[in-house]
Design a protein. Structure first.
Lengths: 482, 114
């Protein structure tokens, strides 16, 4: 008998908050809020199953399972462990840990919107479409080298003790301002070398302006590249068009092949925006991997108000989840066989689930990441650059406005998103994208309720995949450990 | 090890925390295989109130009814209870370096001065 049982035989136990799922003929529990995942079997599983019917006093649990032939000491020890792991809860379970306010949050990454211009006119673009929030009047079209260097200095200053820094180049179409991108990479490399820190770079581009010279530069500086492309010619050209309406596929396909062939020093991924017209996930994935040669492809639905034609309605979202599932099971098959699969939506989610992430914020925006506009305005992230919302200072005028940033973080903490408090997916979702919420509800602090079913469906699917891999090829999960 | 089957990193941390929190003086909690239900005590353990290996009536250890060396490793390594032997973890990690087999080499185990 444990000391607890001796002292408190009349404590009542019930299952704690968790999401149960099955995979590979085994049962698992995803615990909320810790994010821990346990495979349930033996006496522990029997106890939890019994308590799902009704809560029981400790003495009753002991009597119930003793009568079924279990050793009382074993029952006792099992209850204690389930209680400590927060699989069970009781009135004497630990009080919730006090919320520690974020006192210091060193910056890790800045996203430089080096231009607000673009040579494409994609229908869904959040910078130019009917849902745009950026107010670019009076802002320069291109960021100057001087502003970009000040942004690097701000990153260095705000990074405090962080060793590794990151600069992402973004637009508009980033390569319209390649000269500043190049000079900034060289400047930042020199500066961090002086300080003994490390720096990495990444670039998002529509690939229309790639040249041999640019590809060589990207390769030489190990710059990670994300290419926006929506699939084969027919699908890509529905939304991704030049200003005169011509599709962009025939221009970018040869450039992408050249990029993939000659730039081998960092990852190059495709990023697909799904809309009501472009949603054939498997067809897009096949084309981008086998025809063009991408190793990794990520998909994301366009952010749009519900009344836009390209907005994906809830019925269509269900269909997309089905096609995501089809491709995700293919990922599972690859993983079980020890092979890499390029569907990054799965690998990104598995990474978080494997770590047991429990987020206070949905992403790094405002925490470790800030966006910088062409004029040097600092904002919540690249999606809020030059908008009246999410302003957080100026790179030359005092850098980060810590008061604005602190106020934003205190009002956008998961603790303040009440709608999320009963959802089992909150450790990974944490309410969802601030920009998406702003477009849909006019409030960055709103929870993205239109995505809840999708998020839960997706996380349940990825949990099943994780569970199955843990049974059939557990060593595969080690690649997510770092 | 616990009775839980952790499958992700967070769950392994939770398990480690539980094992660490429940860690105790293990030697005194082992169940005796010979007498199920009863706790295993090392032979000659001072908790048994046997005339163990404190000192004999002359203040030495030569006249004890049980030799001091008999439980050497039970106390020195396995038991965290404050016993009258040097402790292996903190103060005397090399106390038995010259004592490969206690039955033969017990004379090499010397007095420790704190």
């Amino acid at each position: 008998m444990s000391a607890v049982a001796d002292v408190m035989p009349s404590v009542a136990y019930r299952p704690a908050e968790a999401h149960a799922f099955r995979a590979a003929d085994a049962e698992f529990l995803y615990l909320v809020p810790s994010g821990a995942i346990f495979r349930m079997e033996g006496l522990g599983k029997e106890i939890v199953d019994r308590l799902r019917q009704s809560e029981m006093l400790r003495g009753e649990i002991l009597a119930y399972f003793s009568n079924r032939g279990h050793d009382p000491d074993e029952i006792d020890a099992t209850i204690d462990e389930l209680d400590q792991a927060e699989v069970l809860t009781s009135e004497r379970s630990k009080p919730p840990a006090p919320v520690v306010p974020l006192q210091s949050f060193p910056l890790q990454r800045v996203v430089l919107n080096v231009t607000n211009q673009c040579n494409l006119a994609c229908t869904y673009c959040y910078e130019y479409s009917a849902d745009r929030i950026a107010q670019q009047d009076g802002k320069p079209k291109y960021m100057s080298a001087d502003v970009a260097e000040s942004a690097v200095e701000m990153l260095i200053k705000e990074s405090a003790g962080r060793e590794g820094l990151h600069v992402t180049f973004f637009g508009g179409e980033t390569l319209l301002n390649f000269p500043v991108m190049r000079s900034t990479v060289e400047y930042a490399r020199r500066r961090v070398a002086e300080l003994g820190k490390r720096i990495e770079f990444s670039l998002t581009t529509n690939a229309t302006l790639l040249t041999e010279e640019i590809v060589d530069f990207l390769s030489e500086h190990r710059i990670g590249v994300t290419v926006s492309i929506d699939g084969d010619q027919e699908l890509n050209d529905k939304m991704r068009v030049f200003h005169d309406g011509r599709g962009s596929y025939s221009v970018i396909a040869p450039k992408i092949k050249d990029l993939l062939k000659r730039h081998r020093t960092n990852s190059i991924g495709a990023r697909v925006t799904l809309t009501s017209q472009v949603s054939d996930v498997k067809r897009i994935y096949r084309h981008l991997t086998t025809e063009l040669g991408f190793d990794s492809v990520g998909f994301s639905p366009a952010t749009a108000s519900p009344d836009r034609l390209y907005h994906i309605g809830s019925q269509k979202m269900d269909n997309i989840l089905d096609s995501f599932a089809e491709l995700a099971w293919e990922y599972r098959d690859y993983a079980v066989a020890g092979r890499q699969h390029g569907f990054t939506n799965v690998s990104d989610t598995l990474k978080e689930l494997n770590a047991g992430t429990n987020k206070a914020y949905p992403c790094g925006a405002g925490v470790g990441l800030l966006g910088v506009g062409t004029a040097g305005d600092v904002s919540l992230c690249h999606r809020f650059v030059d908008s009246p919302v999410g302003k957080m200072g100026h790179v030359k005028d005092g850098g980060v406005n810590h008061q604005a940033r602190g106020e934003f973080l205190s009002t956008h903490h998961i603790g303040a998103r009440y709608d999320c408090h009963t959802c089992w997916a909150r450790p990974v979702c944490s309410g969802g994208c601030f920009h998406e919420a702003y477009i849909h509800y006019g409030e960055t602090s709103a929870a993205n309720l239109h995505y809840c079913d999708w998020i839960r469906g997706w996380n349940d699917l990825c949990l099943q995949i994780l569970g199955e891999i843990s049974v059939r090829n557990p060593s595969f999960l080690e690649r997510f450990d770092n | 090890m616990s009775r839980l089957n952790p499958i992700n990193k967070k769950a392994r941390k939770v398990e480690q925390m539980i094992v660490a929190a429940s860690g105790d003086v293990e030697a005194l909690q082992k169940k005796s295989k010979a007498n199920p239900g009863r706790i295993y005590y090392p032979m000659g353990c001072t908790l048994n109130f046997t005339p163990g290996w404190e000192v004999d009536n002359s203040g030495g250890t030569a006249g004890l009814c049980q030799p001091v060396e008999r439980d050497l490793f039970d106390c020195y390594l396995g038991c965290g209870w404050p016993a009258q032997v040097p402790d292996h973890l903190n103060n005397a990690p090399d106390w038995t370096d010259k004592c490969a087999a206690a039955t033969n080499d017990w004379r090499n185990v010397d007095i420790v001065f704190p």
